[in-house]
Write a protein that binds this ligand. Structure first.
Ligand SMILES: [Zn+2]
Length: 144
């Protein structure tokens, strides 16, 4: 199912750039449209690459190893795919990097949620075992 995501970035020049991208599959691409303060939209200007997509296996978990600003608003990234161990890198425009940063932040949030869920599950399991042991009189004061 196609899901559109829109992100607005205000560049130092004051120009507002609107990123529109699809969150369906790795072959989907994104376009950037520029808009002035009045909100009128110009033709798509920049092809935004989805840096998190692996060109080798199609995984969407490509993560950065290193990055440096090569010139104003352009970044060189070394990236790696954890699924097939592909590694590469390229120079990316600021909107591409900002979008990638959002993707990484969202993924970090998902991982934190998953960790919380697993922690709660483990605690529930420990509690259940403890309760069963108490019921069976298998725990004595000497256990503490
Ligand atoms: Zn890969």
């Amino acid at each position: 199912m196609a899901e559109f995501h829109i992100k607005r970035i205000t560049l130092p020049s004051g120009k507002v750039v609107e990123l529109v991208y699809l969150q369906t599959g790795w072959s989907e691409t994104a376009t950037v449209e520029t808009a002035d303060e009045a909100g009128t939209t110009a033709e798509p200007r920049l092809h935004v690459r989805r840096i998190e997509l692996c060109p080798q296996c199609g995984s969407d978990r490509v993560h950065p190893l290193d990055w440096r600003e090569v010139e104003d608003m352009r970044w060189e990234l070394d990236v790696r795919c954890p699924d097939c161990r592909w590694a590469g890198g390229d120079v990316y425009e600021q909107p591409e990097v900002e979008r990638y940063d959002d993707v990484l932040l969202a993924a970090a949030g998902d991982m934190t949620e998953e960790l919380d869920r697993i922690t709660r599950e483990n605690m529930a399991e420990h509690l259940e075992r403890f309760r069963a042991a108490l019921d069976a009189d298998a725990i004595t004061p000497f256990d503490f």
